[in-house]
Design a protein around this ligand. Structure first.
Ligand code: G6P
Length: 362
């Protein structure tokens, strides 16, 4: 094929490394210098008539949708729910009067997501897909489509498609918010913020040897681990945990930091790695104290903290970006942690056992 690993040992590392370029491609495709947003007027008109957005997806795309829900609610004022495709297809919740569907799918071929598409189209509801493949099944069958511009993703574990999905959802949220003349949308200089995120991702990539060292210290031979966070750091924790599970086979849970004490903290043992994302001003102190609770029970804690909240003892510092976009930089160290943990075990990073790049059965 025309896609090659070049000098990279694995596609996963190449694709993690491509993320700054993907951010810039999304800027070029959707965000001209005059501050406008290049999104179809028909799509915006249809979306503006909706009273609720239903984001439906699977796997990593579902996690990107959870991050997107904050963008649609806070930048565009659109109430948003996020659902798993495999559940939604057969156990549909009571819908609002004017629902609008967003199917997120890297491949555009996932059977669970296609089932939902066919179902809601049959009921006459408008559907947008965001996929990474022009001409994919979902793109062809939906009313509206937006391309992710991540370029072909070969490694089974999704990396650059996740950050592309967040960025393209931000594009749409900004476009709808401007269409609605909302202050929050006018205040979000997305062209600038995505450029900042690209630079921040690059900074983290340049420090990857430090992350490799941390993996050696935290994951010499661990069977279990946790990622915790609050607010948007919670869905980020879910995706970080999925990455580590998928490629390194370390059993990892993503948890809402404040919920851990209500049962799951019973699982913390001597040296269990607990990794906390701290990017939100309002809850930073709470997350830190949740992390200390695990440390008091023997956990080997690691902090991944936004620069403006960082303290000298923190482990990984994330370059600052707009709070709603913090997952764009936050996920990069977690992708690298998963990569190095798998590499350290001698696993085939690009082709983890039991998984397929796109799952075309329900
Ligand atoms: C598979 C892949 C996951 C992916 C999920 C959804 O399970 O292994 O990495 O997140 O499908 O794929 P999609 O193409 O719909 O985003």
């Amino acid at each position: 094929s025309e896609i090659s690993k070049g000098t990279y040992p694995y596609y996963m590392l190449k694709e993690i490394d491509e993320q700054p370029a993907v951010m810039r491609r999304i800027v070029d495709a959707y965000l001209p210098a005059d501050g406008s947003v290049t999104v179809s007027a028909d799509l915006l008109t249809a979306l503006d008539q909706a009273d609720r957005l239903y984001i439906v997806a699977a796997g990593t795309s579902y996690h990107a949708g959870l991050v997107g829900s904050y963008l649609f609610e806070q930048v565009a004022g659109l109430p948003t729910e996020v659902h798993l495709a495999s559940e939604f297809g057969y156990h549909m919740p009571l819908l609002s009067a004017h629902p609008f569907f967003l199917l997120l799918s890297q491949s555009g071929e996932t059977a669970d997501s296609r089932e939902v598409l066919v179902n809601v189209k049959k009921q006459g509801y408008p559907v947008l897909t965001m996929t990474n493949t022009a001409g994919s099944t979902l793109s062809r069958e939906a009313d509206y489509t937006m391309l992710l511009h991540a370029g072909p993703e070969i490694a089974v574990a999704s990396t650059k498609a996740y950050t592309a999905q967040i960025a393209v959802q931000a594009v749409l949220a900004k476009a709808l918010g401007l269409h609605r003349n909302l202050t929050a949308a006018k205040a979000l200089n997305l062209r600038h913020e995505l450029s900042l995120a690209a630079a921040g991702m690059q900074t983290l990539m340049d420090e990857k040897d430090q992350i490799k060292n941390l993996v050696g210290q935290y994951f010499p031979n661990q069977a279990h681990a946790f990622y915790i966070g609050r607010g948007e750091d919670y869905p980020l924790s879910l995706e970080a945990a999925l990455k580590l599970k998928e490629v390194s086979y370390v059993h990892t849970e993503g948890f809402a930091a404040g919920e851990l004490k209500h049962g799951t903290i019973a699982l913390i043992e001597e040296d269990t790695p607990v990794l906390a994302f701290i990017t939100d001003d309002a809850t930073a102190a709470h997350t830190r104290s949740n992390l200390q609770e695990t440390e008091a029970r023997g956990a080997h804690t690691m902090t991944i903290v936004s620069e403006h909240l960082a303290q000298p003892t923190d482990n990984i510092v994330l370059p600052d970006v707009a709070p709603l976009l913090s997952a764009l930089v936050g996920i990069v160290p977690a992708q690298l942690i998963a990569y190095y943990a798998a590499l350290g075990k001698g696993l085939d990073v690009d082709k983890p056992r039991n998984l397929a790049k796109s799952v075309t059965v329900e």
